[in-house]
Write a protein that binds this ligand. Structure first.
Ligand SMILES: NC(=O)c1ccc[n+]([C@@H]2O[C@H](COP(=O)([O-])OP(=O)(O)OC[C@H]3O[C@@H](n4cnc5c(N)ncnc54)[C@H](O)[C@@H]3O)[C@@H](O)[C@H]2O)c1
Length: 256
């Protein structure tokens, strides 16, 4: 099959959470550039609107959705809106996530709860609703969970975040196993360090240079470094891939 057919996503309707900025926005842009219709869900509606408009201005089909993934009651309605305006979701990208920076001895229960509510509970509920609708209509689909290299590598002061991403890795395998018979693929992308609003507290000032220096390629991730992995998992090119993780980190997890 020719690459353009293999990686074609023009028939897909993708829902990307946390797509108002950063990695989520870049993935939504890439899917739209390649013909998918995209719903950009974010708890910050203004951000989602601006981002969806930028995709539309570029000739893509994009819809902004106001959604806090940690509020389970809002999830069904968000899917129904996407379904009414764009059609049933065939690709879900569980990208919305929050980080923190606390010494483990000072990690407050509310921080732990918030990180798990968004990064884990939100991803579970979003995947559940996607799968329910796919199974209802006997449609195949692709669920892509954005974890992190920190799901395996511990670093100081982000115990809750690391634990949440490790949970996403296991969740990916569990859901993949359970839903394979419905032709619903569930995979994981593990990004390394990317310069976004989320990593500002870690990379501000000299931090970015130090972290880039620790990467074998000498740079942090950015822009559209995840496009290849996303298009692979969202398209026919990844049709026999499920329950797997793709690390996109410029070799960071290899060490120096
Ligand atoms: N930036 C990195 O280096 C990096 C590395 C590995 C993994 N990740 C993961 O990638 C994902 C995106 O990270 P990013 O760096 O683009 O972050 P970011 O902070 O730049 O963007 C995250 C977006 O998610 C939205 N969001 C936050 N909580 C939400 C909620 N409850 N419901 C809906 N939307 C919500 C925010 O409003 C924001 O627009 C996260 O899951 C993060 O853990 C990032």
């Amino acid at each position: 099959m020719r690459a353009q057919d293999l990686f074609d996503v023009s028939g897909e309707t993708a829902l990307v959470t946390g797509a108002g900025r950063g990695i989520g926005l870049a993935m939504a842009q890439s899917l739209a550039d390649n013909g998918a219709q995209v719903a950009l869900a974010d708890k910050d509606m203004e951000r989602a609107e601006v981002s969806a408009r930028s995709i539309r201005d570029n000739g893509g089909r994009a819809l902004a959705i106001s959604l806090d993934v940690s509020k389970p009651d809002a999830i069904e309605e968000a899917y129904s809106r996407v379904e009414a305006e764009l059609g049933p979701v065939s690709v879900l990208i569980n990208n919305a996530g929050v980080a923190h920076r606390d010494k483990a001895t000072r990690l407050a229960p509310e921080t732990l709860r918030k990180v798990l509510a968004v990064n884990v509970e939100g991803a579970v509920m979003m995947a559940q609703e996607a799968a329910r609708r796919m199974i209802r209509d006997a449609r195949s689909g692709s669920i892509i969970n954005i974890s992190s290299i920190l799901s395996e590598i511990p670093i100081r002061q982000v115990a809750a975040y690391g634990a949440s991403k490790a949970a996403i890795s296991q969740l990916t395998r569990s859901l993949a196993l359970e839903w394979a018979k419905h032709d619903i693929r569930v995979n994981e992308i593990r990004p390394g360090w990317f310069e976004t609003g989320l990593t500002d507290p870690f990379l501000k000032g000299p931090g970015a240079k130090v972290m880039a220096g620790q990467n074998p390629t000498g740079r942090l991730g950015g822009g559209h470094d995840l496009d290849g992995a996303v298009l692979l998992l969202a398209s026919k090119a990844g049709r026999y891939m499920t329950g797997t993780a793709i690390t996109v980190d410029g070799g960071h997890s290899l060490g120096r």
